[in-house]
Design a protein around this ligand. Structure first.
Ligand SMILES: [Fe+2]
Ligand SMILES: [Fe+2]
Length: 186
């Protein structure tokens, strides 16, 4: 799939606001991919498609996840906020026939995953740090992202997990696994 095909697909599937977010993610992802000598085109395709399932309803998302081997639904029961990621990964792999790395980058963009590839890390980080995001405290993380992809992945995992704990919300076990993995591979 070409970058412009991915862009058109996203534009058709998403609201204007979410498409603009996806464009901002692509911009950030292309920058990070180029700094880290990764495939910039793959980063752009994954960036455009990362939220491709975001506007589908829960029952459709569940069906998409269930009919794919991307993840066991048992692992993400009660975690509706992450379903669009895994469903998007399933769609990329099973329907669009995209390669494993792009599919996994879409699947892991919200929670992260132990053993993420370079492109997966780039999309995970870009979804959090893209220019349209305005949570407090992003400036130092953006700076760090240009120096060390692994360090910024660990920082974002730490922030996301801490936030969920503070809010007494469930955590995708894959975020905990990713956090442990990043600590063991520093
Ligand atoms: Fe998302
Ligand atoms: Fe996103």
């Amino acid at each position: 799939m070409t970058v412009s095909q991915a862009r058109n697909l996203a534009e058709r599937a998403l609201s204007k606001k979410r498409f603009n977010h996806s464009r901002a993610v692509v911009k950030y992802a292309m920058k990070l991919a180029s700094i880290n000598n990764l495939d910039v085109k793959k980063a752009a395709v994954a960036g455009y498609l990362h939220d491709i399932a975001k506007e589908l309803n829960s029952s459709v998302l569940l069906q998409m996840i269930n009919s794919s081997d991307i993840i066991s639904i048992e692992e993400i029961k009660g975690l509706e906020q992450v379903w669009h990621s895994y469903a998007g990964g399933a769609y990329a792999k099973d329907v669009l026939g995209l390669d494993e790395e792009i599919a996994m980058a879409i699947a892991s963009h919200t929670s992260g995953r132990a053993g993420m590839s370079g492109i997966e890390k780039v999309i995970y980080v870009s979804d959090y740090l893209s220019e349209d995001r305005n949570m407090p405290g992003l400036a130092p993380l953006r700076k760090l992202s240009e120096k060390s992809l692994d360090s910024v992945v660990l920082e974002i995992l730490t922030r996301q997990i801490s936030r969920l704990i503070a809010l007494r919300r469930k955590i995708d076990i894959n975020s905990i696994r990713a956090y442990n993995y990043m600590l063991s591979h520093r």
